[in-house]
Design a protein around this ligand. Structure first.
Ligand SMILES: Nc1ncnc2c1ncn2[C@@H]1O[C@H](COP(=O)(O)OP(=O)(O)OP(=O)(O)O)[C@@H](O)[C@H]1O
Length: 417
């Protein structure tokens, strides 16, 4: 009996042991599980939170982008419909300009007279009354309206509206109070108002305006008639590129053109455009180069010159006396570094080789950053008066300015007369 009990105990105790061990193991597992679940909580939860936050921010970004796109779309629709709503009544313009009276005349361009006007709400306007024989047809007119209505940049003149009534074709622009750049740069008295700092800012502003036309506006636009009289100055002397009557609308990859009708002013025209009617953004770059040299030197690049301005500047550059180009009134106070860089840029833009001319994006970069190394310029085209005569080209210099309607508003200095 005792033996049996002992045997039983012996036989029970391994079972108990097993159960105990099992319990211990389970307890161990449970503890381990608890520990690992704690670990999981510590690692996974923040990860999940981060992922959720990331997803949320991505969704927010997507939403705001879609919203922005939506606004843009609305803006586009607005713009298109506003071309119609930009239409002015002829009587409104007639009253605003006091019946197009002479005292309100601002000047005359190739396409007609320009008048100053005041709308009933007090807003100043400039009205371009296109002459009937301007050669500008209804399509060109609408082209200019559509182009300008779409373009908005601080260095471009804004279009407020247009008027088409009977034979009358009018464009209504924002009034830019300080007239055109040529009236300062080439005027023996007013030129003293443009110190180097102002001229440098003007060069930068024109470059940014052109860059916008070439690359940033939705449609690539080639200005084709960039010159000092087409740069207007606002009350703070910020330059504004005006008059897009000859600009053409391009889809972005259609960057080059060929035309039998050359529209432009010869002193500023690239050789490939003047001689073969070929234009590209690089034709504007060429004109910009000429303009920069005019702003620095105060000299007009017209047909009366023995040697054209580009060739003259190039010769001085080669002789190492480029700084002599600078207009005498500037000599007392200017930044040698800035003037040299601008002459360099002017010569790069005026190179005969179209490919070597920089883009306006490069020009803006060159003006803004001295860490950008400029390539050495190569020769400008042989554009001397002799060659012009040889080619039978005459300088087209239409455009007169009358100052009776616009006494310059000068920000902080007055012109001594
Ligand atoms: N928005 C404006 N605000 C103030 N003045 C203006 C405005 N637009 C033109 N003018 C004045 O009228 C003049 C003639 O301008 P317009 O654009 O018709 O011809 P242009 O630029 O002189 O010559 P072109 O027709 O050959 O380009 C300008 O030089 C300028 O003095």
């Amino acid at each position: 009996m005792l033996c049996l009990t002992k045997l039983c105990r012996r036989s029970v105790s391994p079972v108990n042991n097993l159960i105990r061990r099992k319990r211990i193991t389970e307890l161990g597992y449970a503890r381990q599980r608890k520990k690992s679940s704690k670990k999981i909580v510590i690692i996974v939860v923040p990860t999940v939170i981060v992922v959720v936050l990331l997803l949320l921010s991505m969704i927010t970004i997507c939403f705001s982008l879609r919203k922005k796109k939506g606004i843009d779309t609305v803006k586009n629709v607005d713009e298109i419909s506003s071309v119609e709503s930009l239409q002015f009544n002829f009587d409104t313009v007639r009253v605003a300009t006091e019946d197009f009276c002479d005292s309100n005349k601002l000047g005359e361009g190739g396409f007609g007279l320009v008048y100053k006007g005041k709308l009933s709400d007090g807003k100043d306007i400039a009205v371009k009354r296109l002459s009937r024989n301007s050669g500008q047809g209804i399509e060109e007119f609408k082209n200019e309206v559509l182009l300008l209505a779409k373009l908005q940049h601080r260095n471009l003149v804004r279009l407020f509206g247009f008027c088409l009534e009977g034979d009358e074709k009018l464009l209504i622009y924002e009034f830019v109070p300080n007239a055109s750049l040529d009236q300062f740069v080439f005027d023996p008295i007013k030129r003293s108002y443009l110190d180097w700092e102002r001229r440098y800012k003007i060069i930068g502003g024109i470059a940014r305006g052109l860059l916008y036309l070439h690359e940033d506006s939705r449609d690539r636009i080639i200005r084709r008639d960039l010159k000092a009289s087409n740069i207007l100055l606002d009350a703070q002397m910020n330059p504004k590129i005006s008059d897009f009557g000859v600009a053409r609308l391009f889809v972005v990859d259609q960057t080059q053109g060929n035309t039998s009708r050359v529209v432009g002013t010869y002193g500023y025209m690239s050789p490939e455009y003047a001689m073969h009617g070929q234009f590209s953004v690089k034709s504007d770059v060429f004109s910009f180069g000429v303009l920069v040299l005019e702003i620095i030197s105060g000299q007009k690049n017209n047909s009366e010159r023995v040697e054209d301005l580009l060739s003259y500047a190039w010769r001085q550059w080669e002789e190492g006396i480029a700084l002599e180009l600078i207009e005498p009134t500037l000599r007392e106070c200017y930044s040698r570094k800035e003037v040299m860089r601008c002459i360099h840029i002017g010569l790069l833009c005026g190179q005969e080789d179209v490919v070597r001319r920089p883009t306006m994006a490069s020009v803006v970069l060159m003006l803004n950053s001295y860490s950008v190394t400029l390539p050495l310029p190569t020769a400008p085209p042989l554009f001397a008066s002799s060659r012009r005569k040889e080619l039978g080209l005459t300088t087209v210099e239409h455009g007169t300015n009358t100052t009776n309607a616009s006494q310059p508003i000068l920000p902080d200095r007055s012109i001594s007369s």
